[in-house]
Each structure stands twice: as structure tokens, then as C-alpha cells.
Design a binder for this molecule. Structure first.
Ligand code: AGP
Length: 606
């Protein structure tokens, strides 16, 4: 949701902070700022908009200092402007924050009564003044411990002090925070991605912990201010995957990377020699699991819905899915024999993490399907199934979606064969078909020009519908979400069979409607739903697969044919044209494709 960086060094830090902030903009980008300590003062610069506005509006060469903090913001409290931008400083303390302080109003009132003056509308500024107040009567570690205990809500904090100019304090509760170790300098960052260009030696803070970072030493403390030891991880360096290469946008690169995503996932989970699924060190016996609950947000929720169809087809398991922000407040009936699967690209989504913590508190079996293996959700789950798709920088999820549904499909296959609910021959054939999927994806990715031409019609419309049945329904939802979040056009994913129960009233002459109708077991029914909308004037974009069967309907505006394969796998192929449709629509509108308005890559607040 927001990005934090801090550096304590033996040399000037402002340019390194700016470079790290640019890498962090995927976490939020409506304003940015930094503060350093020099000449016995806190020097703060900040502005609305992107990090490069800071470079344009301020002469960073004048921002000296070997200790500093920086921040890119996704607004929660207070509109995006230079006053609400972080850092927030008092005369002797400066703070950057990711999270939400739920008792900020009360604290602000009591601090104002003590004479503190506030400049911004943010909850973060309350933290600044609370620490300032507590430092009047406490040493540093006591003041920090006391302050953190007075805060309700979530935070990742970076804090510097005028009177203690050689250190940075970091603190974490509910929002990710990492420490990095460099040569004669040390770092604080929202995640390893922010730090990877400077170091691959990382320590993650856990909830309730804080740290004191100097250029040559780092100390960690628990919530009672007691010193603790933490391990240092050495992360793989995959710097290359963090660059766009010759693609115009990260999203374009990540769409084209999908065949590789699938190849990598197959290599990780399919034993090529025995044509068998390898789910290593699965901690439970298969007969201990009588039901499955899948939980996620946004695209990750669509992966859960997709998995439900596959688990129901391949096993006899009872499968429930839920949106994490609903699950966490539902009066859940926890079942010991249920496996709770948390799907999350970032592994830091607050609602999904909260749902996981709820299951952990109830001692449930928990499994994470994530892309970031050092993330909070991965660290706090009993078992992790990484999707191995490399960093996904574009805010709109593409390759991570395919990576998620691949792992979930493979898991369903394994459950099915272990429970003797799939015949061995079928199992082997499905694995063979799966191995052929990357080539089919490569061919489907070539459907470029057709889609570019079509996308302008969606731009001119006031809204559109995406319809599908069965395996295609989750993909209809995903396609609609992509168009919404990239082109800011209203688009609604809907079960094709449901249109006649109300939404058909939306259809008017010339309205673009995407109908996903591969020649699978739902085909004929979906085609008749398609005819219902054509009869009311809709311009139907039919997305189907190549086959000899004819589509029985005239007046179809456009048809796109993806490659044919086993019907289980058609959702992978149907997704690609929808990703490209959203991409080209936004490109034609001139919108920021990798950082759409109002969004952030990892939503680490409620
Ligand atoms: C997907 O394109 C969106 N950016 C969003 O819905 C995203 O999938 C959701 O916020 C969940 O993120 P996660 O997978 O990192 O948990």
C-alpha cells in the first residue's frame, strides 16, 4: 500500500533513497518524500505525485546527511497532496508509515491538549507527535516501546531523530518490514524488492518487533523492549526480472512471460520421468482432509473460484471459497478436517493475512499459494506452494494469475489420484496435456492484432459484460476486472445463465459483450445465452477455441479462437485475449498501465 525505505550509512543517502523509492512506486504513487539528518536538523522534502517530481522540484544535492528515510504513498487518511505526503516531522522526530492507526483521532486530541500542533490530515503525524511526547520522559527504547503499545491498528514505521543522528528505528505490526545489510551501511525497507538492488542479505521483522539500525550494527527488540536475535536470509538475486527489457510496460512483459511461468511451474511440480505430480513434504495424510476452503482477494479470489471447479470435477471433496475481507468477519464454522488455502501473489494482502491469522488462532491446517516466498502469508502458513513466476511488477496481475491456477490445478490432480477419484490413465493424459500448455499459450499470445483493433469499441462504450459458464465463469470475472482496473471502464463479469434474471435489462444496441464459449461441456448452453444478448442488440465478442464444430449463431460481431486442448486447461488460454484486451484498451486511452489510478500492487491495509 505504501513504500518505505531507510538508510544509515557512512556516506550521503539521498540519491540511494530516491532510487529505492522508484522501485517502491508499485506499492503506491500518489505522493512521495524523504528526510535526512544533517547540520543538527531534520531536513524534509516531499511532493504530490511521482518520485521524479521530487527530483524536478528539489535540488537533491543539497540534501546531505548519512541517515535518512523515504516514502511513497497510497492515501488512506487525507487526500494525496504535499502536506499529507510522508515523512511527517516534528522539531525532533520524523516518521514514514505504512498502515492505518485506528485510534489516531483520540490520540490526536490528547496530544493537541498537550500543545502539539498538527499540519496534516494523516494518522501518521499522530505517531510523530506521540514519540516526540514520550521522548520527553523516556530513553529511546522505552519511548518506542511505550509508543507502539499506545497505537491501535497496523504499521510499518521508519523513524529518525534529530538528537540521535546516527540511527533509524523500524517497527512492524501487520504491515511488512525488512532490514538489509550492506557494506558500511544498513537498510530498512517495506520488502526485499526495495532492498535487492543494494543487498541480498535480509531480515524480516515479525509483528510487535522493532529494530535500531546504525551504519555498522542492527539490534532487534520484542514488544517489551527486550533485545532478541533474528536470522539473516540470503535471497536469490533475480535483478534481471525486475527490469522491463525492451517491453513498453511491465504488464506487457508479464503477459508474454506466461508460457515460461507455466513451464517453470510444471518443472517444479511435475516429475517428468514418472509423469507424476510432486507435492513435496505435504504435512497431512490425504484422508485427513475432508474439505477445502480457498481464500483470496481480487484476482487471487478468481483463482480460488477456478480451483473450486477443478477440485469438484477431480475429487469428491467439499470445496468452499471466500473473499478474504468477508471471511475474516464471518461467523466461521472451523472444521479440523478442512484445509484452508490462502492465495496471494504478494503474500502481504492485509485481508488475506488476517484470514490466515484467524485460521492459525483456531489451529486449522493452512496452506499458502504465493509468489513471494519470504512474505508474511508464506511465513505464517503451515505449508507453502510457491508459484515461481518471478517478480510481478504490473499492478494488474497477469502471469501470477496463471501461476496460481496452475498450482491449484496440479494440487487438485494430486488429490484426485491419491483419493483414487481419477483413473490412472486420465491422470497421465491430463499431465501430458498440461506439458503441452506452454506451446499453446505461445500460439495464443500471437492473437495480438485482432485484439488491438477490437479494444477501441470497448473504450467508446459506457460499459460491457463478460459472460461465461462453468470453467469459463471465473475467467469472465477476471477479464472484467482487468478491463476495469486498466481502462477505468465499467465492466461486469457474470454467469452466462444468470443474464435473464435481471442484467439482460442492461443490454442495449451496440453494447460490447464478451462471451467465453469454448467447445466444452457448457458450450451449447452458453451459445443460447449469447443469442439472448445478440437479440437485444449487443455486439458480441465471442472467444472460443479452434475446432470443427460450427458456432450456431449469426450476427456475432467478432470471434477470437484460441488453441484447443483438454477442457480443464481451456481457462488458461481464454485468459490471454482478455488480458490483452484490457492492455490495449488502456494503451489507447493513454493511461498508466503498470500503475493504474487509485490502486497499489500490494494492499497491506484493510
Ligand atoms: C489484480 O489485477 C489486482 N491488482 C488485485 O485484485 C489483486 O489481485 C489483489 O489485490 C490481491 O493481491 P495478492 O494476490 O497480492 O493478494
Amino acid at each position: 500500500m505504501c513504500g518505505i525505505i531507510g538508510i544509515s550509512s557512512n556516506k550521503s543517502v539521498s540519491s540511494s533513497i530516491i532510487n529505492s523509492l522508484k522501485k517502491l512506486e508499485y506499492r503506491g504513487y500518489d505522493s512521495a518524500g524523504l528526510a535526512t539528518l544533517f547540520d543538527g536538523e531534520i531536513h524534509e522534502i516531499k511532493s504530490e505525485g511521482r518520485v521524479n517530481h521530487l527530483e524536478k522540484n528539489f535540488d537533491l544535492k543539497n540534501l546531505k546527511g548519512t541517515v535518512g528515510i523515504g516514502h511513497v504513498r497510497w492515501a488512506t487518511h487525507g487526500i494525496p497532496n504535499s502536506i499529507n505526503a510522508h515523512p511527517h516531522s516534528s522539531h525532533n522526530v520524523s516518521v514514514v508509515h505504512n498502515g492505518i492507526i485506528e485510534n489516531s483521532t483520540l490520540l490526536k486530541k490528547s496530544l493537541s491538549d498537550k500543545g502539539h500542533k498538527f499540519k496534516s490530515q494523516t494518522d501518521t503525524e499522530v505517531i510523530t507527535h506521540l514519540i516526540t511526547e514520550n521522548l520527553k520522559t523516556n530513553e529511546l527504547e522505552e519511548a518506542i516501546t511505550k509508543t507502539l503499545k499506545q497505537l491501535d491498528g497496523s504499521f510499518a514505521l521508519g523513524i529518525i531523530f534529530k538528537e540521535i543522528p546516527d540511527l533509524i528505528v523500524g517497527a512492524r505490526r501487520g504491515s511488512p518490514l525488512a532490514v538489509g545489510y550492506g557494506p558500511s551501511e544498513n537498510y530498512l525497507g517495506s520488502d526485499s524488492y526495495a532492498l535487492k538492488s543494494m543487498t541480498n542479505k535480509i531480515t524480516y521483522l515479525d509483528d510487535g518487533e522493532f529494530c535500531i539500525i546504525k551504519k555498522d550494527q542492527v539490534n532487534f527488540f520484542n514488544q517489551n523492549g527486550k533485545k532478541i536475535n533474528k536470522k539473516i536470509l540470503e535471497l536469490t538475486s533475480d535483478e534481471l526480472s525486475y527490469e522491463k527489457g525492451d517491453f513498453k510496460h511491465f504488464m506487457a512483459k508479464e503477459i508474454e512471460e506466461q508460457p515460461t511461468t507455466i513451464k517453470t511451474g510444471i518443472k517444479e511440480y511435475i516429475d517428468n520421468l514418472n509423469n507424476d505430480v510432486n507435492i513435496f513434504n505435504f504435512p497431512w495424510k490425504i484422508n485427513e482432509i475432508k474439505s477445502i476452503t480457498l481464500i483470496g482477494c481480487g484476482t487471487a479470489y478468481h483463482s480460488c473460484l477456478m480451483a473450486k471447479y477443478w477440485f469438484e470435477k477431480l475429487t469428491s471433496l467439499d470445496v468452499t471459497i471466500d473473499i478474504a475481507s468477508e471471511f475474516r468477519y464471518r461467523n466461521n464454522r472451523f472444521k479440523d478436517n478442512s484445509l484452508y488455502i490462502f492465495v496471494s501473489q504478494s503474500g502481504e494482502t492485509a485481508d488475506t493475512y488476517a484470514a490466515l491469522n484467524l485460521c492459525n488462532q483456531n489451529k486449522m491446517k493452512t496452506c499458502a499459494v504465493v509468489n513471494v516466498i519470504e512474505s508474511s502469508i508464506a511465513r505464517d502458513s503451515n505449508y507453502v506452494l510457491p508459484i515461481h513466476c518471478g517478480p510481478e511488477i504490473g499492478v494488474a496481475s497477469t502471469k501470477a494469475f496463471l501461476g496460481q491456477i496452475l498450482i491449484l490445478y496440479i494440487l487438485a490432480l494430486k488429490f484426485g489420484i491419491l483419493k483414487n477419484e481419477i483413473k490412472k490413465d486420465d491422470y497421465l493424459q491430463k499431465i501430458k496435456d498440461l506439458k503441452n500448455l506452454p506451446i499453446l499459450l505461445e500460439k495464443t499470445l500471437l492473437l495480438d492484432n485482432d485484439i488491438q483493433a477490437i479494444s477501441s469499441t470497448f473504450n467508446e462504450a459506457k460499459g460491457s459484460m463478460f459472460l461465461g459458464r462453468g470453467f469459463s465463469y471465473p475467467i469472465a470475472l477476471e477479464g472484467a476486472l482487468k478491463l476495469k482496473e486498466l481502462s477505468y471502464i465499467h465492466a461486469e463479469g457474470y454467469p452466462a445463465g444468470e443474464m435473464k434474471h435481471g442484467p439482460l435489462a442492461l443490454i442495449e444496441e451496440g453494447m460490447p459483450v464478451v462471451v467465453l464459449a469454448p467447445k466444452d461441456s457448457y458450450y451449447k448452453k452458453t451459445i443460447s445465452n449469447m443469442q439472448e444478448v445478440i437479440a437485444r442488440g449487443a455486439k458480441v465478442l465471442l472467444i472460443t477455441n479452434k475446432s470443427t464444430d460450427e458456432v450456431f449463431s449469426e450476427n456475432i460481431w467478432q470471434t477470437i479462437e484460441v488453441e484447443s486442448t483438454n477442457e480443464d486447461l481451456l481457462p488458461f488460454l481464454l485468459t490471454v485475449p482478455l488480458q490483452k484486451l484490457a492492455y490495449y484498451s488502456a494503451l489507447k486511452k493513454g493511461y498508466d498501465i503498470d500503475k493504474p489510478r487509485n490502486l497499489a500492487k500490494s494492499v497491506t491495509v484493510e
